[in-house]
Design a protein around this ligand. Sequence first.
Ligand SMILES: Cc1cc2nc3c(=O)[nH]c(=O)nc-3n(C[C@H](O)[C@H](O)[C@H](O)COP(=O)(O)OP(=O)(O)OC[C@H]3O[C@@H](n4cnc5c(N)ncnc54)[C@H](O)[C@@H]3O)c2cc1C
Length: 453
Amino acid sequence: MTVEDSLRAIVGESHLLVDPDLRAPYETDWTRRFTGTARCVVRPSSTAEVAAVVRACAAAGVPMVVQGGNTGLVGGGVPTGSEVLVSLTRLADLDPVDVLESQVTVGAGVTLEKLQAHARAAGLDFGVDLAARSAATVGGLVATNAGGIRVLRYGSMRAQLTGLEAVLADGTVVRRLTGLAKDNTGYDLVQLLAGSEGTLGIVTRVRVRLVPRLPARSVALVGLAGTEEALAVLTRARARLTTLAAAEVCYADGVALVRDYAKLPAPFRADFPAYLLLECAAGADPTDELLALLGDSDEVGDATVASDPAGRTRLWAYREAHTEAISAAGVPVKLDVSVPLGELPGLVAELPSTVEKIAPGARTLLFGHLNEGNLHVNILDGGPHAADLTDAVLHLVAAHRGSISSEHGVGRAKARWLALSRSAEEIATMCRIKAALDPTGILNPGVLLTAGK
Ligand SMILES: Cc1cc2nc3c(=O)[nH]c(=O)nc-3n(C[C@H](O)[C@H](O)[C@H](O)COP(=O)(O)OP(=O)(O)OC[C@H]3O[C@@H](n4cnc5c(N)ncnc54)[C@H](O)[C@@H]3O)c2cc1C
């Protein structure tokens, strides 16, 4: 009996995909940069089926690659050749919202958009938001400790987690879904699995805290001379605006690309080197305090503010459409990094020349979540030099005391460079945890930790 026979018996004929055409959408990532061949794709629909799938693969010694919405940007959910690809999208149950605790338990395959809608229908909201919301799954968000545009207000995915259920590499199911606010009873396995990128276990159910629904929102798009000016306005906004919910930065060349792609008009009469998007959210309209802040900020070159839903969406598009516009222009070398805020202007200034030295003519497009010192570095027309570009950019980030992965994770794309952000002792400890939970290395081999380390 082959492993495919065992898997077919667990999930049924129609949820074991062996035909290359049926496997194809799972085998290439959102960016089209990472692609590989899976032995087969298996689509379990319950925790029991996931556990049975894992036991069957473990018994046959066949490695697995774990996948949610396949929107990850570091190749962590893409197969390399011989793995069984375990897709979690059918784990899509939504429990009723627990209004008393302001929490909800959902299946790992629920998309971020569905979780948000579910919370909103109960008069609450979910604290994480990002542009891939229609496809990214809760399991993927946990596995990557996703960040996004609301970290400034609510923290990243780790901060939303109150419980989790996962299947370990031997098929054991660990479950902690009580969601107690205070519970100091030993190692925090929930937080250990968060950010582990599918290397320690397969997340099957997740319990998250919900936040108040803030119906009144106001968005400002601000034109500025550069990153230093954006940081000055942000510092003032953080000190003065209790309603501040998001602070995003982008630059002239990225906005020009987005305008071309999304057919958007110029936001201002003049172009600016840098753009800052601020969003305030509250129970009552926060526009006045946002306007007062902009009025008191000499750095502001020009600004436009919207509080109606259509106007807010229009202003967000200048920032949120960056990933799609870049992807439409080619397959970029995509890096996501963070540095201390004081280092950000220096990094922004040095990146284009660092890239130019390695890949003359390549285009460097930058945008990010300003408050976290995050920059998404996208290099178009640099593909043949991808490894050298990655090496140079990540070394530059390390020289600025930064992290080689701000929020997308390490995946396969950056596993070689982990030592730039973590000490030898930290990596050795991570390897010991991996060896304890997955001694034969069958869960996401080559992701986060390179083989043999
Ligand atoms: C347009 C766009 C915008 C984005 N913006 C942001 C952003 O602002 N902030 C941000 O942090 N990310 C962002 N991302 C990246 C991506 O959306 C996140 O990393 C997201 O968390 C991935 O979820 P997914 O379900 O698609 O996971 P996948 O891509 O399927 O997998 C990602 C990783 O998680 C593992 N994994 C997936 N599901 C599970 C599970 N159930 N159990 C264990 N491991 C699992 C995979 O093996 C892989 O290593 C963006 C992506 C796109 C395309």
